[in-house]
Design a protein around this ligand. Structure first.
Ligand code: HEM
Length: 263
């Protein structure tokens, strides 16, 4: 009897693991890699009055903030970044992904409604979506293969976000002309694939931008050289806005950011 109960418990445990554990990990993986996913980058600065509250009052809001992240966990995946110390304009930002922009909005409205949220100024927000590659199909097989260069293993503590707007001439250029410029862009940047992880969001019509570019790296010197290399290609002449603001932060778990804000 005891053995039968044990077997049933083990089967149930395996079922739970299969249904809950790996499935949610898979969703995150999917949302971070597939086209058709909506992303919002919400940047916040903590008001001066926040620091005048006593420590206990600040600490009591941490649980409330965590509960909001948990409540929306079925609809959005979130990543948190610390800007404080590296920026005078903002303290942290949240990157939110989901299959509906509405989910991003609902999460952020709840976050802004918390005790901490009432002391937050939302200094910038960028909205975009992921799409299938436009130019990769026209690249040579060699360049396509080179784009599969694996990222060096190891932690990548820094995240950089660069919002970009193209000029009218870019959008008026023919597909062939843009293919040629994006080939040059790829040639100039391919050497950095090992140390710079990248993600592209399309923002035309959803924001006053055309693209939100997002990067993770451990080597800010490589990232600096990458940008200089890209500033030298033709395609850069069509960047009407590059940055403004550029966000440079460190990837930190929510708990760590809350700890810094409540300590
Ligand atoms: C690791 C280095 C990089 C590589 C290998 C790379 C490669 C590429 C490739 C292959 C595309 C075409 C995607 C498609 O087919 O739709 C692309 C698009 C783009 N890249 Fe990069 N890139 C790199 C870094 C950067 C950086 C640092 C920026 C700017 C901060 C940037 C800005 C863009 C933009 C705005 C597009 C979209 C262009 C468009 O669709 O009109 N890239 N990149």
């Amino acid at each position: 009897m005891a053995t039968r109960v044990g077997v049933v418990a083990a089967v149930l445990a395996i079922l739970c693991l299969t249904l809950a554990g790996p499935a949610s990990a898979l969703d995150r993986e999917k949302l971070l890699s597939e086209p058709g996913v909506y992303a919002t980058f919400a940047v916040f600065k903590v008001d001066e009055d926040w620091w005048k509250l006593d420590k206990a009052a600040r600490a009591s809001t941490a649980a409330e903030v965590k509960a909001v992240f948990q409540k929306h966990g079925d609809h959005v995946i979130t990543d948190t970044y610390l800007l404080r110390g590296l920026s005078e304009r903002a303290d942290f930002f949240v990157r939110v992904h989901s299959t509906e922009m509405l989910h991003n909005q609902n999460f952020l409205v709840d976050l802004m409604g918390t005790g901490l949220g009432k002391y937050l100024a939302n200094t910038s927000t960028f909205n975009g979506l992921t799409k299938k590659a436009n130019y990769v199909p026209a690249l040579s097989d060699d360049l396509k293969a080179a784009l599969k260069t694996p990222l060096d293993p190891g932690p990548k503590p820094y995240a950089i976000v660069v919002p970009i707007r193209k000029d009218a001439a870019w959008w008026h250029a023919s597909q062939d002309e843009r293919n040629a410029m994006m080939k040059e862009h790829t040639d100039a940047s391919i050497a950095y694939l090992k140390t710079v992880k990248r993600k592209l969001y399309h923002a035309s019509g959803l924001d006053d931008l055309d693209f939100i570019t997002y990067f993770e790296t451990a080597k800010l010197d490589d990232f600096n050289n990458l940008i200089i290399a890209l500033e030298r290609v033709q395609e850069n002449r069509h960047n009407k806005q590059f940055g403004y603001p550029t966000l440079l932060g460190t990837i930190r778990p929510l708990e760590e950011i809350l700890d810094i804000l409540t300590r």
